[in-house]
Design a protein around this ligand. Structure first.
Ligand code: ADP
Ligand code: MG
Length: 699
């Protein structure tokens, strides 16, 4: 049918009218016929069965029964009234109960006439009852379209109160099929339909609403999920390919002397295979004439820094400058020291720019940047200030991406006429599934292998009641010369409480680990930055053995001698945070430990989180569990949650379909980016964009 008919305002559908139209709009966002047809059921109820009252079990859940109402009465109770009807069939009797809408029901229900009722049965005081049953006269039920698998649509309390019950919604969709004769324009190309043995669009829509059997329902679901994910991939991939065609980048065509010299004479270890692969991926981007936009993800300690450094050398070899931006001063400092040491006397000029660099030093840096003497600039947000101007910035690297906003990244971009290549590094692994659907227009490199010889961190879960044993363990480790972190949660809503927890904890540790045998550092969000740095320094230098802190130490800190991480109230942390915290230890040659302390009362999600932490050190596996626990929206933060408002597909559960969709979208776009040879896809995609039925990707 003509797709424009689907744009008809919903108010014109027979049975809707202005009132219902308004409710449908405000509650479900349904404005047009198309929106209604795309309101997919959440689940289905098997209505092939009719139960007898005598057959009901206490465990019966939703059942369908044929019988009659023999009387109705209003029962007064403490909190308001309820309406109770006696319902019978030839095997027994039960009660139907209403708490709302009693007047209407009382006036409209007919006595002693066969009804089909449907709903959840409760067992109470020796008899069965059904609150707010769905009811239909047997006569109408017989005449109506036979629906075996009853769809259950998304609903809200307001919808139910306004009389738009599941049955009404279903009737409206039936009406829609009648008015449109169920002929819906095909939205996938014949090639795809053939190759994947898909059912047609019309058949899929009919069977998603009125499945004839399980098999057809499964086919309808597959077809619609595929279609949804396919068009998202078409959008992301065409954006990516177009970006590459449009945005020219500097061409780093040669691998020069610096890179080679460093590789042959300065590299302190053999690169892991994953590092080699990633450097290759980056190199091919840099020589492709298009601007690189790449995300480098790798677990804590996987060796991203060396990849960053070698990428910077490629830039310098080709006559460009590079910068590396870190989220905190401590981290910027560490990068600066580490990279300076790695470079040795190779002849690269490098400087550090942070908020605490003095005016005169800052001026020199500015000058050297502008005249090109300086090759590498490392720093914090200070790098983004307008005064910082480069002679020819060819590469910008951002570490720990999740701390930077999109706007800040964009700022780096606009420092040149031709944008520098951009490499964003993150230690928060994005599950492959999510990466594929969220960052389809960003290229991703993954270091999925740790340098050899690392001792995996041993993680255990201990209850608060075992604290004395844990303290003894700390004492033993300190005796061996190790250092220990003790971390307390910090959750904004209860900041004052958390602060009290931290202080109580600090005092109890100070009692058990008294001076002068033990020295303790403390770092928390209420301290002045200078005091924080001072306390950090003491711990880094080994002057203190215990660091009591809130999560401020989460990012970056590198103290190889610290080998024990105690996480207090571990049940209150999210998985990725626990994993980041654990990554603070295990950086030296010694066996490291992570101890998760909790009370005895744990929710099932908390248990899963703790078990996951104890069970694996693999950040990707942890991220997958996190995704399953929290759902994609939560994981990526509110900013991006809207992005994943899928109508039917679920990017976690339908990962295989997502992969298939991505494969086909890529294949088609690689050969035919303007979709000229795929008119059906082009048309459907254009319609989706036009009517905003495809989510707007926030890049
Ligand atoms: P992250 O990915 O967390 O930034 P780093 O780059 O800081 O990790 O590397 C962690 C540690 O591993 C550093 O001390 C680094 O020198 C070392 N390292 C990196 N790559 C290798 C390798 N291929 N072999 C041995 N050690 C390595
Ligand atoms: Mg790092």
């Amino acid at each position: 049918m003509n797709s424009n008919v689907l744009q008809t305002p919903i108010v014109y559908l027979k049975g809707v009218g202005p009132n219902r139209a308004e409710t449908l709009q405000s509650e479900l966002g349904i404005h047009t016929y198309q929106d209604l047809i795309n309101l997919f059921p959440n689940r289905y109820i098997d209505k092939t069965q009719y139960y007898k009252i005598g057959q009901l079990q206490r465990t019966s859940s939703e059942v369908q029964i044929v019988g009659k109402i023999v009387n109705i009465k209003t029962v007064e109770q403490k909190r308001g009234k309820r309406l109770v009807a006696k319902f019978i069939d030839d095997t027994g009797e039960m009660e139907l109960v209403w708490f709302r809408g009693q007047k209407w029901i009382r006036e409209n229900l007919k006595l002693n006439i066969p009804y089909v009722i449907f709903g959840k049965v409760n067992w109470f005081n020796g008899s069965f009852s059904m609150p707010h049953p769905e009811m239909e006269l047997w006569e109408d039920h017989e005449k109506g379209l036979k629906i075996y698998m009853q769809p259950v649509y998304p609903s809200t309390e307001k919808l139910a109160n306004k009389g738009i019950t599941n049955r009404v919604t279903n009737k409206l969709i039936q009406q829609l099929f009648l008015e449109t004769k169920g002929r819906f324009k095909e939205t996938l190309s014949p090639g795809l339909i053939n190759e994947l043995s898909l059912i047609s669009k019309g058949e899929a829509l009919f069977n998603i609403h009125f499945p004839k059997n399980q098999e057809l329902l499964a086919k309808a679901q597959f077809r619609l999920k595929f279609e949804e994910l396919f068009y998202i991939q078409i959008q992301l991939i065409s954006k990516n390919l177009m970006h590459k065609q449009k945005i020219k980048g500097f061409n780093f065509e040669k691998v020069g002397t610096l890179f080679k010299t460093f590789y042959e004479h300065h590299l302190p270890f053999e690169l892991t295979n994953a590092q080699k692969r990633v450097i290759k991926e980056i190199r091919s981007d840099l020589g492709s004439n298009a601007q690189m936009n790449r995300l480098l993800q790798g677990d804590v300690g996987s060796g991203k820094t060396i990849v960053a450094l070698m990428t910077m050398l490629l830039a310098i070899d080709n006559g460009y400058q590079a910068c590396l931006m870190a989220p905190t001063e401590i981290l910027a400092n560490q990068h600066f020291m580490g990279i300076k040491e790695l470079l040795g006397d190779i002849g690269v000029n490098i400087a550090l720019l942070t908020g605490s660099v003095k005016k005169t030093a800052r001026k020199i840096i500015h000058e050297q940047l502008e005249n090109g003497e300086l090759h590498i600039l490392i720093g914090t947000h200070a790098l983004l200030e307008d005064k910082v101007e480069y002679k020819n910035l060819g590469l910008a690297i951002v570490d720990e991406q999740h701390r930077f906003g999109v706007a800040q990244r964009a700022k780096l971009w606009h420092k040149n006429d031709v944008p520098p290549h951009i490499l964003v590094m993150t230690a928060t692994p994005i599950p492959r599934t999510l990466a594929m659907s969220l960052y389809g227009d960003l290229d991703i490199s993954t270091i999925d292998e740790l340098p050899p010889g690392r001792k995996p961190i041993k993680t255990v879960h201990r209850y608060d009641s075992n604290r004395l044993k844990v303290f003894q363990f700390i004492r033993d480790e300190i005796k061996k010369g190790r250092q220990v972190y003790v971390v307390y949660p910090l959750i904004q809503e209860s900041e004052a409480l958390d602060y009290k927890d931290l202080m109580d904890g600090y005092e109890s540790i100070a009692r058990d680990f008294p001076m002068p045998d033990y020295q303790i550092s403390i770092v928390h969000g209420k301290m002045k930055p200078a005091d924080k740095d001072y306390e950090m320094e003491r711990f880094v230098k080994g002057e203190t053995q215990i660091m009591v802190a809130t999560t401020v130490i989460e990012v970056g800190v590198n103290v190889p001698n610290a080998s024990v991480m105690i996480i207090e109230s571990a049940e209150r942390f999210g998985l990725s945070q626990l994993h980041q915290l654990r990554g603070r230890v295990g950086r030296g040659a010694d066996q490291s430990f992570c101890i998760l302390m909790t009370g005895h009362k744990l929710s099932s999600d908390s248990k899963t989180r703790l078990e996951t932490m104890v069970g694996t050190n693999d950040g990707f596996q942890i991220a997958e569990v996190d995704l399953k626990l929290r759902g994609p929206g939560d994981l990526m933060g509110t900013q991006q949650s809207g992005v994943l408002n899928l109508k039917i597909a679920d990017i976690v559960k339908d990962n295989d379909i997502l992969k298939t969709a991505r494969y086909h979208a890529l294949k088609i776009l690689r050969e035919d980016i303007s979709l000229q040879k795929h008119p059906v896809i082009l048309h459907a995609y254009t319609q989706l964009v036009k009517y905003k039925n495809i989510w707007n990707y926030i890049s």
